[in-house]
Write a protein that binds this ligand. Structure first.
Ligand SMILES: C[S@@+](CC[C@H](N)C(=O)[O-])C[C@H]1O[C@@H](n2cnc3c(N)ncnc32)[C@H](O)[C@@H]1O
Ligand SMILES: [Zn+2]
Length: 260
């Protein structure tokens, strides 16, 4: 299902590189990932600080109920060829791969994130690339996972096979409400994005919600995974991060789309 980003011919994995029939070569880094992005100088995805915080937080298992739910959802559909579009450090990709057994392809713009993803799982294949220009053949994918990442709907439509689905996860209205109540005098609800699409149809959705008991040392990492860390006042951030503990609600919506 992989194609060369230059000439669009089939791309095949060799020992230490990917090669197409026109002989375009892409080296596999020692961590096991490959850079297929031709415009690396223009976009770079999440930076090291965000990636490290998310990695530290997720590997403690706080969002495991969501990962488990995604496995359950995926079992209902054909899941031979799976792409994680905006996979970050591969927390969900690697978790689901271990449960379901088949090989996934993860794509992200962030080199720091992809390095971690590839280091933690040698079964999956990880690539630096934009999800708006995926090096994947037309109509070749069963499931696209799109978790807290941009919704590249036209590109998803192009690569999905006829019965393929997109599983998109977004924060629900009250996600992390207690964290925001600590930060702001008047806290506001998350906006639910209007994800109506002219090429994909929403066929189902599910809400998953649970409380997390966060000790002091994990509060800052959670905050750094959110935009609030970058747009809140410094003293509000420090007040929140000084708390001994925080009970915080996690609430997600899982959307299922099929090709229109
Ligand atoms: C909030 S993170 C979510 C990561 C992962 N799905 C998770 O939930 O742990 C969003 C990710 O999307 C990536 N990203 C943003 N724009 C992208 C693009 N155009 N192509 C590929 N990845 C992109 C960022 O680098 C970041 O890793
Ligand atoms: Zn080529």
């Amino acid at each position: 299902m992989l194609i060369c980003p230059v000439c669009k011919k089939e791309l095949v994995k060799e020992e230490r590189k990917y090669v197409c029939t026109s002989n375009h070569n892409f080296d596999i880094a020692k961590q096991g990932y490959c850079n297929l992005f031709l415009k690396s100088s223009q976009q770079s995805g999440d930076n090291k600080e965000m990636v490290d915080a998310r990695n530290l937080f997720l590997k403690k298992g706080y969002y495991e109920p969501l990962a488990k739910k995604l496995v359950e959802v995926m079992k209902k559909y054909s899941h031979h060829k799976v792409v994680d579009a905006g996979c970050g450090e591969g927390y969900y990709t690697n978790y689901i791969q271990r449960e379901l057994g088949n090989e996934f392809c993860g794509f992200d713009l962030s080199k720091d994130a992809i390095k971690i993803a590839a280091r933690n799982n040698k079964e999956n294949r990880y690539f630096i690339n934009s999800i708006f220009e995926l090096p994947i053949a037309d109509h070749s994918v069963d499931i696209i996972l799109n978790i807290f990442a941009p919704f590249a709907q036209e590109e998803f439509h192009r690569i999905l096979q006829q019965n393929g689905i997109v599983i998109k996860v977004d924060p629900n209205i009250k996600h992390l409400i207690q964290l925001k109540e600590e930060l702001y005098e008047t806290s506001y609800d998350n906006e639910i994005l209007d994800l109506e699409s002219n090429c994909l149809s929403l066929i189902d959705y599910e809400v998953i919600e649970f409380d997390m008991q966060l000790p002091h040392e994990d509060i800052r990492n959670l905050l750094k995974m959110t935009p609030y860390y970058y747009k809140s006042k410094k003293d509000s951030i420090e007040r929140l991060c000084a708390l001994d503990s925080l009970i915080c609600n996690a609430s997600f919506i899982i959307y299922i789309y099929k090709v229109k």
